[in-house]
Design a protein around this ligand. Structure first.
Ligand code: IPM
Ligand code: MG
Length: 382
């Protein structure tokens, strides 16, 4: 018994330290004040390197002049593969982490997350570790389907909830296991402010908070209370709150779903609801995802690494759309909103209105490189 109590004490101390760190945290990095913006390109594994290379090509194309003048530098960061992570027995090998920390923003391909029973040691997910290491607290996931009147922006809290101690649960006996969920004032205030600021800047009129505060009373209850408090700083924006179960239903309720604009969610609900939302947009492969912190930001595909496609030699046919979309989010984040708009427009033309190429993931469809070429040709006309 004592041993478990000590484990819990260590967990509590660690979280109290994190709270202190958050209290010391400064403001967001100002890209316009930097002499040079360093963009790390981290392929990950599985189909990651293949699709990330295409995202990188598109960004190099759009930032050609900035690279020439030295305002922007790209750095390829290899080594975030499951083989290396397994060998180092670390979610992110030390050298890779050091390289990542030298960048300002990162374009990242998917990484394989080991799970119980497969051939890999049970290292933590590289995604989750990167979000923690770089303190990327806001996971921003836009989902748009104009023809259905859908324009949602999800603000998923990315560093707390059920994830922060995800690998630190306690198996007390064969019959008894605990996991932990964590909500802090600082962690909730910063995600709520990020969401309300976004709403304010983008003329949105409503923010929806999604929890299960009727049952998960302490942590979700706190999350909801703090969001309500922050909402008072934004009197022009209305706030409503929903429980996660009914929210999953409302996303497919055609009469109600276009009412939602900006949504704030604790980590796990945000994980689940954004997959559902992405499916409505055309599949998880179509969605980009931004992980934003005060110092660093990382932009990624929201889908997995599809190792089977690599085993079958089909990675060149993998759809790079999600990473290219992540690239559009990256451009807007570092201050190139015109280039970002152009890229979004080209993505719309290439995947919805014109759709000259079809990606099937197999050799009867286009390759990722052909798709990236198509995007770049389309940008010229935008
Ligand atoms: C996501 C993914 C990750 C998550 C996995 C890979 C750990 O599902 O980015 O949504 O659960 O956050
Ligand atoms: Mg997910």
């Amino acid at each position: 018994m004592q041993a478990y109590l000590e484990k819990f004490e260590a967990v509590v101390r660690e979280q109290l330290e994190r709270v202190e760190m958050m209290k010391q945290q400064g403001d967001f990095l100002k890209f316009e004040e930097l002499d040079k913006i360093i963009i790390g390109v981290c392929g990950g594994d599985g189909i990651g390197p293949a699709i990330t290379e295409q995202g990188h090509r598109v960004l190099e194309y759009l930032l050609e002049n900035e690279v020439k003048t030295g305002k922007v530098e790209f750095r390829i960061i290899d080594g975030l593969t499951i083989e290396n992570r397994a060998a180092a027995n670390k979610a992110i090998p030390e050298d890779v982490l050091a390289n990542l920390k030298e960048c300002h923003v990162i374009l990242k391909g998917p990484t394989t997350t080991p799970r119980k029973g497969d051939k890999w040691p049970n290292v933590e997910s590289a995604n989750v570790a990167m979000r923690k290491e770089l303190d990327l607290f806001a996971n921003v996931r836009p989902v748009r389907v104009p023809e259905l009147g859908i324009d949602w922006t999800f603000y998923r809290e990315n560093t707390e909830g059920s994830y922060v101690l995800g690998s630190k649960g306690v198996q007390v006996s064969e019959d008894l296991a605990f996991d932990f969920a964590v909500t802090t004032t600082q962690g909730t205030e910063r995600i709520a402010r990020a969401a309300f600021d976004y709403a304010r800047k983008n003329g949105k009129t409503k923010v929806t908070v999604v929890t299960k505060a009727n049952v998960v009373k302490t942590t979700d209850g706190k999350f909801l209370d703090i969001c309500k408090q922050i909402a008072t700083e934004y009197p022009e924006i209305s706030m409503d709150d929903w429980y996660i179960d009914i929210m999953t239903a409302k996303l497919i309720d055609e009469k109600r779903r276009s009412d939602f604009q900006v949504l704030i969610l604790p980590n796990l609900y945000g994980d689940i609801l954004t997959d559902e939302a992405a499916e409505i947009q055309g599949g998880v492969g179509t969605a980009g995802s931004a992980n934003i912190g005060k110092r660093y930001a990382m932009f990624e595909a929201i889908h997995g690494s599809a190792p089977r496609m690599v085993d079958e030699g089909r990675d060149i046919y993998a759809d790079p759309c999600s990473v290219i979309r992540a690239g559009a989010m990256l451009l807007a984040h570092i201050g190139y909103s015109e280039k970002s708009d152009k890229l979004y427009k080209a993505l719309d033309i290439c995947t919805v209105t014109e759709k000259k190429l079809v990606m099937t993931g197999r050799d009867n469809g286009a390759t990722g490189a052909e798709f990236a070429d198509y995007i770049m040709e389309t940008i010229k006309k935008c």
